[in-house]
Design a protein around this ligand. Structure first.
Ligand SMILES: [Zn+2]
Length: 141
């Protein structure tokens, strides 16, 4: 048996919208306006406002998460050799740190400073093969 998922959030919001529309239409009706037309107006107006607000809220949260991703840069870990004794040290640092990157060697306890270099490499491309030269195998003698 297939289970049908009931969209409770949608039903709930629709009931609320209908209820507010009824209340508004009733008050307009008491003031002498048409119940049906004021009901429709209230209904449409609420949907416009809710979709507009929904978009605004969504955009706000998207911006927030983007900023959070930028704020929390993942620390990088690397293995570096000590400049004095060549002992391999595991170093973790944040890429957005403005201070000088340094680490203390685990073996000789001397302070090493770290210089970050960017290396550029060509992307690999398939080798262009020439079409094979046709060799005539016919005996010329
Ligand atoms: Zn060392």
């Amino acid at each position: 048996m297939r289970k049908i998922k009931i969209p409770w959030d949608f039903i709930k919001s629709t009931v609320i919208v209908l209820f507010i529309s009824c209340l508004g239409a009733l008050s307009f009706h008491l003031a002498g306006y048409s119940f049906f037309i004021s009901f429709l107006l209230f209904f449409v107006f609420q949907y416009i406002i809710f979709s507009f607000l929904g978009n605004l809220i969504n955009n706000f949260f998207i911006q927030k998460t983007k900023q959070k991703e930028l704020d929390v840069l993942e620390p990088l870990s690397t293995i570096l050799e000590c400049a004095y004794c060549n002992t391999k040290n595991v170093m973790t640092f944040l890429p957005d740190q403005n201070e000088r990157l340094q680490f203390e060697c685990s073996s000789c306890k001397k302070t090493n400073s770290v210089n970050i270099q960017f290396v550029v490499a060509r992307t690999t491309e398939p080798i262009q093969t020439q079409t094979p030269i046709k060799v005539d195998l016919k005996d010329e003698n």
